[in-house]
Design a protein around this ligand. Sequence first.
Ligand code: GLU
Length: 313
Amino acid sequence: MYRLQDAGGNPRAPDRLSGRFAPSPTGPLHVGSLIAAVASRCEALSSGAAWHLRIDDIDPPREQAGARDAIPPSLARFGLHWTGPIRFQSARLPGYRDALTDLASKGLLYRCRCTRAMLAGASCYPGSCRHRVARPGCDTTLSHSPWPSVADALRLRLDGSIHIDDAVQGRQHTVLEQNPGDIVVRRRDGLVAYALATAVDDADVETVVRGADLLEATTAQCAILRALDLSAPRWAHVPVALDGNGDKLGKSTSARAIDTMEPLSTLQAVWSFLGQARFAADTLDAFWREAPRRWSMQEVPAVRSRLAPSGLA
Ligand code: GLU
């Protein structure tokens, strides 16, 4: 019921043999996302899997005008070509709604009216609204754009614990009541929460490769998948690049825009950053012919962040 649909809107058979790159259109392609794109493409291609591009456009207030259109050509300039049509999360709302309805039918969702101010200082949600159980259907609607007035958020009850065997960061164990606690799966403005949308879409993916800044989010996504009786993908969280001040290189920092004029040398810097052994390639095509064959996830440094080499910072 939550499966991706083909271009004609028909249900598609599970496609476990795939990797994905899933930028949010909140700004142009930046160094952090380029690292995730290269690592996820190498991992997918090295195992003969397809590599998909998914644009996570489910948060219109955070989107930057033009970013949705700018990201695909920037990727193509680095030879980062994807398989099939671009997938847009904004086109997947019916699947997310089905997932919410399923969670509500299992009695796992409740309507939460707590505000940020009410929760200030709490390390995780104290469960105050747990008794306000959501009804499937009428309480599980979603919106494409923020509702004019705020409503109840929908929270998912999380109990028990989760183990994640991350291919780079190793085994992670989390007690859900402590972290993250009951999570919001539909926001108070009617928009689907990132954790739910991404969990549902990644149920179709073989290995999710992305930046280690998203490692915490993985716990919530695994818990959602478990509640939906879907199996989790393999996870691999690669280090995030830091500038000389220790800040993450990304759209929110003053890092210079990604250099699309010298794509080959930028790719080589990303390759070294990911701990891979250097090899000679004098064209983008030559780089991409070799890179998936030489890619080794074992060589990726098992750290959450590391200083970017001068070619990237
Ligand atoms: N779209 C989110 C981002 O760009 C999540 C990416 C992911 O899950 O890989 O931060």
